[in-house]
Design a protein around this ligand. Structure first.
Ligand code: NDP
Ligand code: 2IT
Length: 449
């Protein structure tokens, strides 16, 4: 890679100049450039057409005011966004994030990653992402509804079943999708599959809520299997306690692993006995209905609670970061490695920093980037879009089988492009190249647009 390092740093510097103060976006671009620039060095059709730089420029970005009234009748103002990154292989597709940290850099990084991820799913979906700096924590259902209605009143002008199909992400689950779907229908006067992650009663797909976590575990099973290993009796730590974390834990338990931690932004629980199905049901109720804090788990089940801490210093065989970007840093990677951790599988988007990933690579630990291992969520969104178009719904078993097949195909594709030797696959390289080729070829075929 070193013979290309000059080209890589020149490229990254150029993108950095055009996008000042966008550290997350640049982090995502740099990770891709490190594997794509060496790959295209001897391929003039990609290199001479400047295709990678084109991919770094969103096709379009919308930014808008979202005014809403709280329960006291006071006016609140948030900022809404939709980044339409790349439509070379299909309509823009990607989630909406409601979190106070949301800004353009974070949404551009997510939309950029989404383009590669969606390409990997084998389904015809372009890349997009959106959201708002709205914080759903501590808001009443009515406040969340009024916010969602105001947000969708504006967003509805820019999306549609054939142009751009949003879904959930951090802070956006079934409740928010429902409110936004209702408002889209009211404003546009049509019932179409404009959002995914919908309730079953109005066009949702079975397994969509489970899909990101289940898919992440299916992917990790493929990685383990490649090394003639399995999940059976592995001690596992999971971060987060939201949608992705909950269903990652559920599928890990079904595969005979022992899960000893979950977390939220307040801290980490460490349950040495292991989280079982009953305790997981408590977490789901706590997080999805009561909207409480993970600390309550420690109080209820007499587990340890590490206030303000992430789980990475807990001894484990495998780790699944499922909360948010840059939650696992190089010091955390060191303690995982020192404690004998064999592999890290990203459920979240970009949870590991670049130097953490480098450390995993140096120690030949298993590592799968989010754009490969968390692609099951958007893949099942793609299946929801197909069902909506067909006006049919598939059974739980049918969707689950398709999801398993897609995760297996993504794994195979990563191996094809990222295999280093008999035992080691560079999944970062594999996922980036496999994702890139399809999008780049489609862009070239469509001309300079
Ligand atoms: P949820 O909102 O359901 O859960 C998010 C979880 O992460 C919560 O436990 C939350 O804690 C924690 N968290 C969020 N921000 C921070 C932070 N800054 N520091 C510490 N903890 C934090 O979101 P999802 O489970 O849907 O998303 C989790 C990750 O997975 C994200 O990176 C998302 O982009 C990615 N993803 C999601 C997909 C999906 O289908 N939902 C698909 C693919 C990837 P708290 O409640 O305290 O904020
Ligand atoms: O990051 C992601 O892939 C998602 N939040 C899911 C996107 C989707 O359209 O289902």
């Amino acid at each position: 890679m070193s013979s290309h390092s000059n080209d890589i740093s020149q490229f990254v510097d150029h993108i950095a100049k055009k996008n000042p103060n966008e550290s997350e976006f640049l982090q995502a671009v740099e990770e891709v450039a490190e594997t794509i620039i060496p790959f295209i060095a001897d391929k003039p059709k990609y290199k001479d057409s400047n295709i990678l730089e084109t991919m770094c420029e969103p096709e379009r970005v919308f930014m808008f005011r979202v005014p809403w009234l709280n329960d006291k009748g006071e006016v609140n103002i948030n900022r809404g966004y939709r980044v339409q990154m790349n439509s070379a292989i299909g309509p823009y597709k990607g989630g909406l994030r409601f979190h106070p940290s949301v800004n353009l850099s974070i949404l551009k990084f997510l939309a950029f990653e989404q383009t590669f991820k969606n390409s990997l799913t084998t389904l015809p979906m372009g890349g997009g992402k959106g959201g708002s700096d709205f914080d759903p924590k501590g808001k009443s259902d009515n406040e969340v509804m009024r916010f969602c209605q105001s947000f969708m009143t504006e967003l509805s002008k820019y999306i549609g079943q054939f142009t751009d199909v949003p879904a959930g992400d951090i802070g956006v689950g079934g409740r928010e999708i429902g409110y936004m779907f209702g408002q889209y229908k009211r404003v546009q006067g049509e019932f179409t599959g404009v959002l995914t992650g919908k309730g079953l009663e109005y066009g949702g797909s079975l397994i969509r809520p489970e899909a990101t976590g289940y898919g992440c575990v299916y992917f990790s099973k493929e990685v383990l299997n490649f090394r003639n290993d399995s999940l059976e009796n592995k001690t596992v730590i999971v971060s987060g306690s939201g949608n992705v974390a909950q269903f990652t834990v559920e599928k890990l338990l079904q595969n005979g692993a022992k899960v000893v931690s979950m977390s939220d932004s307040g801290g980490t629980i460490y349950d040495k006995e292991g989280i079982n199905e009953e305790k997981l049901a408590f977490v789901k109720e706590l997080k999805n209905v009561k909207r409480g804090r993970i600390k309550e788990y420690a109080d209820k089940f007499n587990a340890e609670y590490h206030e303000g801490k992430t789980p990475w210093d807990i001894e484990c065989d495998l780790a699944y970061p499922c909360a948010t970007q840059n939650e696992l840093q190089v010091e955390d990677a060191k303690s995982l490695q020192k404690n004998g951790c064999l592999g890290v599988f990203e459920g979240a988007n970009m949870p590991c920093t670049a130097d953490a990933i480098e450390l995993f690579r140096e120690h030949k630990m298993m590592f799968s980037p989010g754009k490969a291992s968390n692609a099951g969520g958007v893949a099942t969104s793609g299946l929801e879009m197909s069902q909506n178009s067909l006006r049919l719904s598939w059974t739980r078993e049918e969707v689950d089988e398709k999801l398993k097949g897609i995760m297996k195909d993504i794994h195979e594709n990563c191996v094809n492009h990222g295999k280093v030797d008999k035992e080691f696959v560079d999944y970062v390289k594999g996922a980036n190249i496999a994702g890139f080729v399809k999008v780049a070829d489609a862009m070239l075929a469509q001309g300079c647009v």
